[in-house]
Design a binder for this molecule. Structure first.
Ligand SMILES: [Zn+2]
Length: 305
């Protein structure tokens, strides 16, 4: 691994948060998501001298200082990204099971598994929006480095690492595209350029369809995590970036997947749940996964106006 990581001592880190058990995998994630381009990426990171800083602070933090070439993120942000990856995959799986059973209604907190997942996600949001340094509650399910194969923690780790990797590639794209550090009239356009560049960069040379699918899930999981804390009244992410539903849409478009790709089903399912939490409930009648997803996208757009 050739990433320069700067943070506190190992012991302090492990005690600080269980997410840091994944620290090595986190630092390696931007490379491991693109094994076919990892040398190219490593050479570029070395030549540019890009560094990654984990800091302790509240609020969603994922930013690149394009002059210093330092990507900064916070432990609370990583915890939040893991917790949302976990809750989204649990709810998507439970939703699928309810559909297969022929249930007419889906209760997000219908069993212990989904209630626990929602509980951690709720804690992670509260932590993110308060001090950012709350200890991970003892009794809660948590990330760890050697989970049982195919367990929820294992799948959540994988999805989280892909989502994190895409977010890193978004920040690296700002450096590669020579974007300005200050907020300018081109900022929104630059955010879109970085999203598109990151999505293309991780997918364009991938020849394995299962690998590509996993990466697309990562893109979706990253943007859905942002969407979960975006409010129509506007917050920092909404003001400096295109609306998250738009980002989801053009990134899925750039990924080139067909309308019945499961990534659309995953996005549609989570958007439906997020809309229901905002009091918007609609019955869908789309034919492909993308049609259904588009209907929810329109509902998100309406929330903005
Ligand atoms: Zn950006």
């Amino acid at each position: 691994m050739r990433w320069a990581l700067r943070c506190a001592s190992m012991l302090a880190r492990v005690m600080r948060s269980p997410i840091l058990e994944l620290e090595t995998a986190i630092a390696a994630a931007p490379f491991s998501i693109v094994p076919e381009r990892k040398h190219e990426l490593g050479d570029w990171v070395d030549s540019e001298g890009v560094t990654l800083d984990f800091i302790d602070r509240p609020s969603f933090t994922f930013h690149v200082y394009t002059q210093k070439k330092t990507v900064q993120t916070s432990i609370a942000t990583l915890e939040y990204l893991w917790a949302t990856s976990h809750v989204h995959l649990v709810l998507y799986d439970e939703y699928g099971q309810a559909q297969r059973r022929g249930d007419t209604q889906f209760n997000t907190g219908g069993n212990h598994r989904s209630r626990s997942a929602l509980e951690i996600a709720k804690w992670a949001v509260e932590n993110l929006l308060s001090t950012g340094v709350q200890p991970w509650p003892e009794s809660f399910i948590r990330p760890h480095s050697h989970p049982e194969n195919c367990s929820d923690v294992h799948t959540a780790n994988e999805l989280f690492l892909c989502a994190f990797a895409w977010m890193m590639h978004h920040e690296l794209a700002h450096v590669r595209l020579g974007h300005n550090e200050a907020i300018t009239s081109r900022s929104l356009e630059e955010e879109k350029e970085a999203d598109v560049e990151a999505t293309k960069w991780i997918l364009s040379q991938c020849s394995d369809s299962a690998q590509a699918q996993k990466r697309i899930y990562g893109v979706v999981a990253a943007i859905l995590a942002l969407q979960a804390i975006s409010s129509p009244s506007g917050n920092s992410i909404m003001q400096t970036h295109p609306p998250t539903f738009e980002r989801l849409d053009y990134c899925l478009f750039e990924s080139g997947v067909d309308p019945d790709n499961e990534a659309y089903a995953f996005a549609a399912c989570i958007m439906q749940i997020q809309l229901a939490a905002r009091g918007v409930s609609i019955a869908h009648d789309g034919k492909s996964f993308r049609d259904i997803y588009s209907e929810y996208l329109c509902e998100f757009a309406k929330l903005l106006h």
